[in-house]
Every structure is written in structure tokens, then in C-alpha cells.
Design a protein around this ligand. Structure first.
Ligand SMILES: [Zn+2]
Length: 197
């Protein structure tokens, strides 16, 4: 049996809202593949506007500049992981605005869920937490904001006694910096590091 995490995106009658707009694969054949258990397998698009938490939408958490065929569509399992992550992002947003912000400053996500195709296109490692919807790259205005975000996330972890998987200060060869933050359903490693990507 395949693991749930590897199961491709699907639409069921009970859970239509994360996905919409059937896209036929090419013009012919003009049909969908219907499986025995009544689950319709098809190439789908995400419903970008549906909220995973108060301030974060599925569209924001699946944003990518990579142009791939697969549409970067997460499975239901990946969406559950994104929701867990958004819970942390909500706490970060709230705490940032309490301590430093103007009250309603957004947290901007550069990259959240990445399908294997997208991950490959952006040269991500195959085991990346992005591929399971467990990680987000958070945009920062500069080093100061990055340190404050990281401090808040560490404080949240300490106070809630919940572990995260990765809190990585990342920098690329062009000098861009961002905060990579990941939470897994279990076996979180609390890895804090500086990474040159
Ligand atoms: Zn990342």
C-alpha cells in the first residue's frame, strides 16, 4: 500500500473545497479517470482563496515562480501539514505585531509547498520539508527583521513546549536572505542553523 503522503491529489465528493476547476489534460481524450472507490483522479488546480488559517490562504502557501506542468497541487495530507505550519505563522504574525509591528503587518511567504517537479526546478533537495508542505520560506526586510522573527519563533516554541523541525537562516549567492521555518507532524528535530543556499 502506498503511503498517504505519496498519494496524488484527488477530489472526493466530501472534500471539494481545496481544489477546483477541472483541467483536462490536453484536448483528447475528453474524459476523467474514475476509480472504483468513486474517487475522481484528474489534473486539478487548487482553490487559491481558501483559508488555511485566519490570515493565510492555500494560494499563498503554494506560491512559486517555477513554471511546471503539475500546477504545484498539494495532497490532502500536505494541506494538513500546511495548516499546522500556518498555526505557527499566525502566532508569529500576532507576536510580531504586538512587539514590533504596526498592528496588521503581514507575514509574506516566498515559498511554501513544492511539488517534486517544482522542488526540482528550484534545485531543492529531495528530502526538503517543502515537498511535504511542512516548510515555508518567510520574506524578511533585512537581517534585523529576520533575527526578530527567529526570536519570536523560538519564544513560541519554548512557551508552548512544542518543537519545530527547522529554523534556518538562509542566504543565497546573490546575497538574498530569508527565514526557512518547518514543522513536521512528529519527530521534530529543532534544528537551528545558518545555511548558505
Ligand atoms: Zn525553505
Amino acid at each position: 500500500m502506498r503511503s498517504a503522503a505519496l498519494h496524488p491529489p484527488c477530489i472526493t465528493k466530501q472534500e471539494p473545497s481545496f481544489y477546483n476547476n477541472f483541467r483536462r489534460v490536453g484536448v483528447y481524450p475528453r474524459r476523467r479517470v474514475i476509480l472504483k472507490n468513486n474517487v475522481i483522479m484528474a489534473q486539478v488546480e487548487i482553490n487559491k482563496n481558501i483559508h488555511l488559517s485566519e490570515h493565510f490562504t492555500l494560494g499563498e502557501m503554494c506560491i512559486t515562480s517555477a513554471k511546471t506542468q503539475d500546477g504545484n497541487v498539494p495532497s490532502h495530507v500536505h494541506i494538513e501539514n500546511l495548516k499546522r505550519l500556518c498555526g505557527w505563522l499566525e502566532m508569529l504574525r500576532s507576536e510580531w505585531n504586538k512587539r514590533y509591528g504596526e498592528g496588521n503587518d503581514p507575514i509574506i511567504i516566498n515559498s511554501g509547498y513544492r511539488s517534486p517537479q517544482v522542488n526540482k526546478a528550484v534545485s531543492g533537495v529531495a528530502t526538503s520539508n517543502h515537498v511535504t508542505g511542512c516548510a515555508a520560506d518567510i520574506k524578511v526586510a533585512g537581517v534585523e527583521q529576520l533575527i526578530r522573527y527567529a526570536t519570536i519563533l523560538l519564544d513560541i516554541s519554548d512557551e508552548s513546549q512544542e518543537d519545530f523541525d527547522e529554523l534556518l537562516i538562509e542566504k543565497n549567492r546573490y546575497g538574498a536572505i530569508w527565514l526557512h521555518f518547518a514543522v513536521r507532524p512528529k519527530d521534530n528535530r529543532r534544528k537551528v542553523a545558518f545555511i548558505v543556499a
